[in-house]
Design a protein around this ligand. Structure first.
Ligand code: SF4
Length: 209
């Protein structure tokens, strides 16, 4: 849970600057998409860029709102689709995922971390305190003589005891497997979306590693 001081407004809670009217008119009618990365490596987010030359015609039809590509940090209006990368590993991830669920018609888990926890879920095999102990208190990579502390601050989101796949936190509508999924798989999802078809990923373009 993000730390909020009473009577203090966080920057993401400030009113959005009104959009330039020409820009707003250009976006009207486009399919609104939001993306977020939780506990992952951003590889799935980068896979989106593997659409390469298919991106330009795609952006004739969709507009990205909240996204690391746009650096917009809130969902300013309802979105048709939310793409989620990464597993749920802290309380801020839970809060954000619930916000996406409330504001997106369709939510899609993109990649192994979002679908089943992926690499970050390797920490699930031990207790959280043991994981933190290895990472910080007894880390072999700590500089000699450094004071070994487990970072704590009210502004640092608290880790959950386990890393969870997104669908264990909120209802997810679709899943794109892979680490990361191919650009072709992501494109197929957009193509189905733009043409009003139910998402249907053929196994030939899915990755299961
Ligand atoms: S599924 Fe793979 S590529 Fe995607 S965020 Fe997780 S580790 Fe990175």
């Amino acid at each position: 849970m993000s730390h909020a001081v009473k009577n203090e407004t966080a920057s993401h809670q400030l009113r959005a600057t009104p959009l330039d009217p020409v820009l707003a008119a250009g976006r009207a009618g486009k399919i609104k998409v939001a993306t977020i990365g939780f506990c992952g490596c951003w590889g799935c987010t980068l896979s989106f860029l593997d659409l390469d030359e298919r991106l330009l015609p795609l952006f004739e039809k969709i507009t990205l709102l909240r996204s690391s590509y746009t650096d917009i940090k809130r969902i300013p209006e309802r979105c048709a689709v939310g793409f989620i990368e990464g597993g749920v590993a802290n309380e801020e991830n839970i809060e954000t995922l619930e916000h996406f669920r409330d504001n997106c018609d369709v939510l899609i888990s993109v990649g192994a971390c979002a679908v089943w926890g992926g690499v970050p879920a390797m920490r699930n095999v031990v207790e959280l305190k043991d994981c933190l102990e290895v990472a910080y208190s007894s880390s072999v990579t700590s500089p000699v003589g450094a004071r070994r502390v487990i970072p704590f601050h009210p502004d640092i989101p608290r880790l959950t005891n386990k890393v969870y796949p997104c669908h264990e936190v909120v209802k997810m509508d679709y899943f794109i497997p892979g680490c990361p999924p191919s650009g072709d798989a992501i494109f197929k999802v957009f193509d189905d979306l733009l043409n009003g078809r139910p998402f249907n990923l053929p196994s030939t373009i899915n990755r299961y590693e």
